[in-house]
Each structure stands twice: as C-alpha cells, then as structure tokens.
Design a protein around this ligand. Structure first.
Ligand code: WTA
Length: 652
C-alpha cells in the first residue's frame, strides 16, 4: 500500500469501539495496560502464575542483551500444563479436539483421552531411546497425532522440530541435518483436495542423504501402500498402542529447550528459531486468553493454521490446551468438497472464535457471499487474523459477512521469532480500525523508528522494533549465534529488528506495511527470495536468477523470477522449460515456493558492485514504470529486459 493511500485511509478509517456487552464480560479489563505499564515484570510474573509450576522461579528476568532468560530457577512440564492439570481439576471429559478429516471422518478427543495418548506416545519415544534435549522431526498432516507427537516430545523434554507437510524431501533433509534429529515422526499420508497424498516417500527420499536418524515412526492415516525399510520404520500403532498409559512427567527448567521451528531468512539457509519453556508458555497462554477472550467452558475455538507453522504451535497446541479450550481441528482444504466447507464446520461445531489468515478471507470474498450465507454463523463471537497485513476491504468483509457485524476483529501481529502475539487489539478494551493491528499488548514494548533508531511521530512510517525483552522471545538461531546477533540485533543497537515496516497513524495506531528485507510473504508464508534463487540456479538450464515478491491481490505477494539461461540452452518452446523450472522449485522447496511467473531475460540489472537491483525488477513484475536506475552498471539493461521479456505466467 502506498504511503499516500495509507494516509487517506488512516484519516477516513472507521473506528469500532468495543460494545458495552462485550466489554462487560471480557477477560481483559480496562486497566490492564496501565497495570502492565506500572510494573512490566510484575505483570509477566502474574501471567506466569496461571501456569502450574513444580518449583517457583527465583528471578523473573535476566537480560544480557541479546540473551534473555525468564522465570529463572522455575521448573515445570509443558505437557502437564496442557493436559494433566486439567484432568486433575476434574475436566478430563471436556473435549480438547473435534477432529474433522477431509473425507468427513471425525474423532472427538477429550482431555483425559489426549493425556492418555500423550503418555503412551511418551513411553514409546523413551523405548526408542529418545532423551531430553534430543531433536525429533515431525512431518505430519493436520491430524490429532501431530499434536500428540508434539506433546509427547515436550513431556520427556525432547525438542520437536515440526516441518510443514507441504515442504519437499530436500527441505526436510536440510532441517533434519541442521537440527541433527534422531527420530522422524510422519504418516503414510493425508487427505487434501479430495484425495490421498503421500508423505512417507518424501521422508524416504530425504533419508537417502546424510543424517543420524535411527527410526521413523509412521502414523497410518490413509492406508495407502507404503514402502517400508524394516531397519528404520515402525508403525505408530505397533509401538504406541501397547505402551502403558502411565507416565510420570519430569519437571524441566524454565529455560529448558522446547522446540526449533525453521523459518525463511534472507539467505538460502532457513533459520532454526529456538524457543524454551517457561516464558514461551506464559505468553502463549496469556495472549490466547486475553486476545481471543477465551471462555474455556463455553467457547469452541478454531485456528485454521497448520501445525507446521508457529501459529499452529502457539494457537493450536500450547496456548489453547494450557487454557483448557475446546477446539476444532480440520485436516483438509477449504474448498473440499465445496467452497463452504469451513462455514459448514463452523455451524456443525458451533464455533465461537475463528482465527485465520487474510489470504483465506480474500479467497472467500472472491468465491462469493453465497457460501458463508448458506450457513448459520451466529455462534461466532470473535474473529482473528494473522500472517500478513489485512487490507481494510477484507477486514470489513470479514466483519460484515462472517461476523454479522457483531464480532470484534483482532488483527494479530507476531512472528515465529516472537513466539506469541505482540501487537493486537484486546477485545472489549481496544477500539479497532479496519486494517490496523492497533497497539502493543500490555507488557510488550514496540516502536516505529527511523533509520537512526529515533522514534517517528504519529502520522509517520519507519521500521518496527521491539525494545524490551518479552517472555516468548526466541532464544537464538539453532547453532548460529553470530547469525542471531547479526539478523535481529545489529541494525539497531540492542533493539530487536523485526524486518517489518510500519506506520503510526495520526492517532498513534500501528499499521503494518510488510517486510522490508528480502523475505516474501506469499499467502502468509515466509519465503526468502534467495532460497528460491538458489533453487532456480540448481537447475542445469539456469545461469543466474533474481526473484522478487510482486503485489498479488489474492496471495499478498506472488513470486516472480527473472532467469538468465546457460549458454547453449535454447529458449525455444520456452513454456515447457518454464514449467520445468517452476516444478523444479516446487521439488526443491515445496509447492508454496513455486514461482507465479518466470521471465527469461538476457541480463539482470546490477549495480557496479554487482548487487542485483531487485527494486527495478519489482517495477517490471508489478507492471510499473521502472524507477530510478541511475546506479545501474549498464543503463541499457532495463530497456533490454522490458523489450525482450519472455514470460511464463501460470495461474495454478
Ligand atoms: C507478517 C506468523 C501484518 C510479518 C505469525 C511478520 C503480519 C511475518 C501479521 C511473520 C499481521 C504476521 N499484520 N503482517 N497481523 N502477522 N505478519 O514467522 O511480515 O510465519 O514479520 O509468523 O508475517 O511470519 P511468521
């Protein structure tokens, strides 16, 4: 969005004050910001007390910038906080998950049942020799066993490293190697878009590489024929079902490692974002309760994120389970078998809180109002959005068509690195504006600064930074300490630079403007331009590649690649080659990274020092007049590119 249209917007934007009824019953009270402001650390201690600790902490925070430790000396178990304590409190019969498979099969899992499954799975992991701090890669479809596997790891203090099921064998292998995982938990496959897809072959393919994996645990989901390596592979049911349902959980230190989750950075190598226990759980649980206003006894909460992303970690597994929520978990795609599937499930389960991504909201808008209108959505009382900036039109549509103009909308800004929500309105307390994430949560300090780290005033834009440590912050990049410091803490001294641009409107509300680095955001998924470039140049036909994220009405950004072919590769029948290249990227990284468009060019615009001027390519990709190109080493390049474009655009 240009600054100009934003300016107009913020002046004209409507403000929705919380309704009196909602405010009266809201979990967040009007004085919450002031309380946190008065005593920030005391505020976080208060939130930490909502967890069950086996030993209290002796010190709330130790901050040796950029290294934080929270709730030092405290001991707890993540899985006990999610499960055992609810069963002990007598709510074991409450439904934890209403699971709906894409083919329509269902499972209802209570807290007591979930606990028993997690204990058995923990015992199975122990039998396989998994110990505290070992790394377990989880590569699963969206089925209950994915959550069970996560909780079983946490229960025995092993670190989970969940790899999104849509990633390729190559991407899986590099994550297995980087974390040095010794166990992979997967499934034969899952159901998506009306059919069964296979997952296990990608694991087999990945494990042809170098690794220290001793076993592969395979959940039978689809029953499809599955190649078997009897030295490594074990069916989940063969080992888990025969375990004892007794397991006494050990207490771990507040700073005990909980998980690694890989995310794209500005280089080709993904970053292993590393989180620990006490602080992460505290903020995940607090934000889940306050931002979604969860009333565990009566709400049915549904976060549509896959477990392979941070949103699935914090707002499907840890936050909601700690709070004793009843959730919907859905395996499949929103248009299978029809475009009203999500709305049908909202009606079926009486969903009250729905948390999803702008890209899906825009897709619903495109499909048409008849799909939501065909279902009774009156159970809904709160709507959330995450993953990318939500445009005001989509926000208003969400409010009107899905929320029936009665549900507050929380636009929640955060990252894999922040672990939990950082900027969001609090329903019942904070007024909302369509398209704005409004203000930092209580206990969080976020600022918008200029390139000299000076705060910009209202009405101005700049870089989003976090200038105080927060409980669920990343503790580092796995095995890459220098990279941790240089990526997040070097741009502005002692301040965390999030990589996002933001603007304060005239009222001081925060508007997120998207990434300012070489990271693209495609349908809410972070993909680095360099990662796609290196996938392209790994193809024999490609000599050089430059990738940009171009504005896309549906997916936020679309991946557009410019490639120079190797000498001797004829660009005849170019379409076929372009398809090959698109598929190659999909194979190397995963279908989410498949370029929307690939253009074959003779030259790339470079500065004299050889840096590719992506800004100019972005102008071409977005069909704009090319901007200032005076720093180009060869001023004719842009003309050549525009004239000689051979484009391969594909809509799939
Ligand atoms: C973007 C997802 C605008 C942002 C939880 C951030 C958002 C990146 C919002 C993190 C939002 C996330 N408004 N932009 N409400 N939420 N982003 O690590 O660019 O997958 O840096 O975490 O998504 O993506 P990640």
């Amino acid at each position: 969005m240009s600054n100009e249209s934003l300016e107009n917007l913020s002046h004209e934007a409507r403000t929705f004050a919380p309704s009196k009824e909602f405010a009266a019953a809201a979990n967040a009270k009007a004085d919450i910001y002031e309380i946190a402001q008065r005593d920030r650390l005391g505020f976080w201690e208060e939130q930490a007390r909502a967890l069950t600790w086996d030993k209290p902490w002796s010190k709330v925070l130790e901050w040796n910038s950029p290294y934080a430790k929270w709730f030092i000396g405290g001991k707890l178990n993540a899985s006990v906080n999610c499960l055992d304590r609810h069963v002990a409190a007598g709510i074991g019969d409450r439904v934890a998950f209403h699971f709906e498979g894409e083919p329509g099969d269902t499972r209802t899992i209570t807290y007591a049942q979930l606990l028993s499954e997690v204990k058995k799975s923990a015992n199975a992991l122990i039998e396989l020799g998994i110990k505290a701090e070992d790394r377990v890669a989880i590569y699963m479809p969206m089925i209950p066993e994915a959550a069970i596997a996560i909780l079983a790891c946490a229960r025995i203090g092993a670190m989970h490293s969940v790899v999104f099921g849509g990633f390729s064998a190559e991407a899986l292998l590099s994550r297995i190697q980087d974390a040095d995982a010794t166990l992979v938990i997967t499934a034969d496959g899952g159901f998506r878009k009306g059919g069964a897809f296979a997952l296990k072959p990608a694991v087999d393919e990945a494990l042809k590489g170098k690794h220290n994996v001793k076993n592969v645990l395979v959940v039978k989901r689809t029953g499809q024929e599955t190649a078997w390596n009897s030295e490594l592979d074990i069916w989940w049911h063969d080992i888990v079902d025969r375990q004892s349902a007794e397991h006494v959980a050990e207490s771990f230190d507040s700073e005990h490692p909980l998980f690694i989750l890989y995310t794209s950075g500005t280089t080709a190598k993904p970053k292993g974002i590393f989180h620990t226990t006490g602080g992460y759980l505290t903020q995940a649980a607090f934000t889940h309760k306050a931002v979604f206003d969860l009333k565990a006894e009566s709400d049915v909460y549904w976060c549509t994120a896959d477990i392979g992303w941070i949103t699935g970690h914090s707002y499907v597994v840890y936050g909601p389970l700690i709070n004793g929520a009843t959730q919907v978990m859905y395996e499949g795609t929103p248009d299978t078998p029809h475009k009203g599937r999500i709305f049908e499930l909202v009606e079926k389960y009486g969903v009250t809180i729905l948390y999803t991504a702008p890209t899906l909201i825009r897709t619903w808008m495109k499909w048409g109002d008849e799909f939501p209108k065909a279902h009774n959505l009156k159970s809904l009382r709160l709507l959330g959005s995450v993953g990318e900036p939500i445009n005001p039109e989509a926000w208003m549509w969400y409010r009107d068509v899905i929320g029936g103009n009665r549900c507050p909308i929380v636009d929640t800004w955060w990252q894999t690195e922040t672990g939990a929500i950082m900027i969001s309105p609090l329903p019942g307390v904070t007024a909302t504006k369509p398209g704005s994430a409004m203000r930092p949560l209580p206990g969080i300090s976020a600022k918008v600064v200029d390139d000299k780290a000076q705060e910009v005033g209202n009405g101005h834009g700049g870089f989003l930074i976090l200038d105080e440590p927060w409980p669920s912050m990343l503790r580092g990049i796995w095995g890459e300490d220098e990279r941790y410091k240089s990526t997040y803490w070097s741009r502005f001294e002692n301040k965390y630079f999030a990589g996002d641009g933001a603007k304060l409107d005239t009222d001081g509300a925060i508007w997120l403007l998207g990434r300012v680095d070489d990271v693209m955001n495609v349908s809410g998924h972070r993909i680095s331009t360099t990662e796609v470039e290196s996938a392209l140049v790994s193809h024999e036909a490609v000599a050089e590649a430059a990738v940009v994220g171009a504005a896309d009405a549906m997916t936020g950004q679309g991946i557009v690649a410019f490639v120079i072919l190797r000498g001797g590769i004829p660009n005849v029948g170019g379409d076929e080659l372009i398809q090959q290249l698109r598929n190659h990227v999909s194979k190397e990284i995963g279908p989410i990274a498949k370029p929307r468009q690939i253009m074959v060019v003779a030259e790339l615009p470079k500065t004299r020092s050889g840096k590719i001027m992506r800004r100019l390519l972005k102008d071409v990709a977005e069909n704009r007049a090319v901007g200032d190109s005076t720093t180009l080493a060869d001023p004719n390049v842009m003309k050549l590119i525009k004239e000689g474009l051979s484009t391969g655009k594909d809509e799939d």
